[in-house]
Design a protein around this ligand. Structure first.
Ligand SMILES: [Zn+2]
Length: 435
């Protein structure tokens, strides 16, 4: 089901024309209205008129989180106070908060982006949605709320907490869709079960639009089974808009980016050069239609890739993969970018292996050498040498196939890997020189 079919299924050629048209106006507007961009474009030797094609954007400088912090509080706003309808900001736990403003139009676009995915989850004006994201300066609660209102749903503004009540009202009010973080969805499911409900059977809820934190495939399955729902992974970040920048459709095969409003690029975080579609890198967004807090090439530090090919759902917006990690966690091994989460994903597919692991990087000759220490689960017969050898071979093959990097696997007995304060050190980098 589509919310805005004429946009969501727009032929690529038309979509790119729309993007270019918006991009030209955007670049001109930020150059004229935001001193930071005037300065940064001048320094890079680029002018708004240099945008003649979408690729021309690659000549323009990036915007970073630090730039937003330096602009605290309102130096990145492109409109005056009279046009600012709402302000959200990050918690600022790691420094100055980043402030993002929205005009009335910005809020409407945000609501529409979120509403598209409520429709993808089969929720229209006949559906009730329970918003259990936190309300406040954090974008989750009000983002989902506005999405529900734009879609015409009945909105239940629960915010977080009071979990028993969440479970009871989800049942009594016959809620169709739950919007919150994956961990909170699981918490609500567990509490409902403790209360004596069988949510998968007794609750009407059939969808969960869950985001704002990573969710492993195992966790997703757990939530889906316990609540009897389909989980839609939603992506967004307050700097760019909030939840709804991208989201899965009913096919659950990548997150469609709302490309009429956001231009997505994936770049190599070291060279900052664009990588071909299908390759992993840092996701970069340009906000094509934001009025108050527009951004040119904002580096998200989130790692993903563009999924090539068309989606069976009929949407023409390109898809990005679920977030594989943050650039801060990235290892460069023999020139290949590798993330701990990718290794973890392979490990969890082997039931004989526990979730504990350690990656040890050393230099052999001139090459990087990767050793992966994993523990077996407690009931694995560790003295059956042949089984152990086979397991090692299978894991090495899976890693090689999926990471394009040879990994030397060492399987050790349970509780061998050193724990520090109960949490294992995941990466030990003993390589010579700078990496
Ligand atoms: Zn799709």
């Amino acid at each position: 089901m589509f919310y805005q079919p004429e946009l969501e299924t727009m032929p690529r050629e038309e979509l790119e024309k729309l993007q270019l048209d918006r991009l030209k106006k955007l670049v001109k507007r930020v150059y004229e209205r935001i001193p930071f961009y005037k300065e940064s474009f001048d320094k890079a030797g680029v002018k708004p008129e240099d945008i003649q094609s979408l690729e021309d954007l690659q000549k323009f400088p990036f915007t970073t989180k630090q730039d937003l912090r330096d602009a605290y509080p309102f130096k990145m706003f492109a409109v005056g106070r009279d046009e600012v309808a709402r302000i959200h900001c990050s918690s600022g736990t790691t420094g100055t908060a980043t402030v993002v403003g929205y005009t009335k139009n910005d809020l409407d676009v945000w609501g529409d982006c979120f509403a598209r995915f409520l429709y993808a989850a089969d929720c229209d004006e006949n559906a009730a949605i329970q918003v259990a994201y936190g309300y406040g300066l954090f974008t989750g609660g009000l983002g989902a709320h506005q999405g529900g209102e734009n879609a015409g749903c009945t909105v239940l503004p629960m915010s977080t907490g009071n979990t028993k009540r969440q479970a009871r009202l989800m049942h009594d009010f016959e809620v169709d869709c739950l919007c919150c973080t994956p961990s909170y969805a699981l918490n609500i499911a567990d509490v409902a079960i403790e209360m004596g409900y069988n949510p998968a059977e007794e609750f009407k809820v059939h969808a969960g639009i869950l985001g704002a934190e990573p969710c492993s495939e195992a966790m997703r399955k757990d939530i889906e089974t316990k609540l009897g729902i389909q989980v839609f992974d939603i992506y967004g970040l307050s700097e760019v808009m909030g939840p709804g920048v991208a989201c899965e459709c009913e096919k659950q095969n990548g997150l469609h980016v709302c490309e009429d409003h956001f231009l997505v690029e994936v770049v190599d975080p070291r060279t900052l050069q664009p990588v071909p579609d299908g390759e992993w890198g840092e996701v970069v967004f340009t906000t094509l239609s934001k009025e108050c807090s527009p951004l040119i090439r904002y580096r998200t530090r989130d790692i993903s890739r563009i999924i090539t090919g068309e989606c069976e759902c009929g949407r023409t917006f390109r898809r990005m993969d679920r977030i594989a990690g943050r650039t801060d966690d990235m290892m460069i091994i023999r020139g290949v970018n590798v993330f701990p989460s990718q290794i973890e994903e392979e490990i969890v597919s082997f039931p004989e292996i526990a979730a504990q692991y350690q990656i040890i990087l050393t230099t052999k000759g001139t090459l990087d050498h990767v050793e992966l220490l994993v523990e077996t689960v407690p009931d694995f017969p560790f003295d059956e040498v042949r089984r152990l050898e086979q397991l090692k071979k299978d894991l090495q093959k899976a890693l090689k196939d999926n990471l394009q990097v040879a990994v030397d696997v060492k399987i050790v007995e349970p509780k061998t890997i050193e724990r520090s304060e109960g949490k294992a050190v995941r990466i030990v980098d003993l390589r010579e020189g700078l990496h």
